[in-house]
Ligand binder design. Structure first.
Ligand code: SF4
Ligand code: SF4
Ligand code: SF4
Length: 258
């Protein structure tokens, strides 16, 4: 019998699920190896769990999501956090630092939003609540990493996750450094590789969406942002808070633990 695969959404933008769909041609091969039992964005023939392999997109922000996550964990052989929201809180977690009256300004009738009515005070990553077998970082993780993780799940091997910085990939592409040459605030030196230096290769600074690399020296980069790039303290906090401010390696520069 083929293992049952589920792709489940919690609090996130659905961009990670889109990236699963981007596997396209390989997705058809995958259906030969697994039964796609639940994937709302791809099929209307969704089945109840338990599932063997679960990809969870999004962070936890409501009691319903927490209940669902625990049920999924109980039934799953392998639970994979799909993307930054699931791994580190990502953009939804910015609300943790913002007073409710401030975040309410984003929407005209904020308090009428269903999920907001019942939501927790804080948004949290999956690992704050359950054991996570594999974290696929990135906003979103790229399709090759997702495919590698799924193949690894079927073969019972752990995929290679890159812990070196984006700068290594950037150098391999022979890009001129935006930080050194142009004084632009690039998060590449403290961000885990895996995207192939997608942003610097297109003339944009890395915003840190793969989260901290191993042994990231965030305080040193924050100091360079202030001295060399002229960023204000407030902007530096925003930089580190944006994708992975809840992660210990960035939390001090993101404005402290909350
Ligand atoms: S990690 Fe990024 S792409 Fe994925 S759900 Fe969150 S915000 Fe969307
Ligand atoms: S542009 Fe950014 S990622 Fe590339 S080498 Fe410079 S600091 Fe690193
Ligand atoms: S360069 Fe940085 S922000 Fe851009 S995709 Fe890679 S990790 Fe994310």
């Amino acid at each position: 019998m083929k293992p049952k695969l589920a792709v489940v959404k919690m609090t996130g933008c659905a961009g990670c699920q889109m990236e699963v769909l981007r596997i396209e041609d390989k997705l058809l091969d995958l259906t030969g190896a697994v039964e796609i039992a639940y994937f709302y964005m791809a099929t209307s023939a969704n089945r109840h769990g338990p599932y063997d392999i679960v990809l969870v997109e999004g962070s936890v922000s409501t009691p319903r999501e927490l209940r669902e996550l625990k049920e999924l964990r109980d039934g799953a052989k392998l639970l994979i956090a799909l993307g930054d929201c699931a791994c580190s809180g990502c953009l939804p977690s910015i609300v943790n630092w913002v007073p409710p009256e401030e975040s309410a300004k984003v929407y005209e009738r904020f308090l009428e939003i269903h999920s907001r009515k019942e939501s927790f005070q804080r948004v949290s990553p999956l690992s704050a609540h359950v054991r996570v077998d594999l974290e696929l970082r990135g906003c979103p993780p790229n399709r090759d990493a997702i495919l590698e993780a799924l193949k690894g799940a079927l073969l019972g091997i752990r995929p290679f996750l890159r812990e070196h910085p984006v700068c290594v990939e950037c150098k391999l592409k022979e890009n001129a450094c935006l930080l050194v040459c142009e004084g632009r605030p690039c998060m590449g030196p403290v961000t885990a590789a895996g995207c192939g230096a997608a942003c610097p290769s297109n003339g944009r600074v890395c915003e840190g969406c793969y989260g901290p690399m191993s042994d990231a020296n965030a305080s040193s980069l924050a100091e360079i942002f202030a001295r060399r790039c002229g960023l204000s303290q407030e902007d530096i906090v925003r930089k580190f808070r944006k994708y992975a401010g809840l992660m210990p390696a960035f939390s001090k520069e993101a404005g402290g633990k909350i």
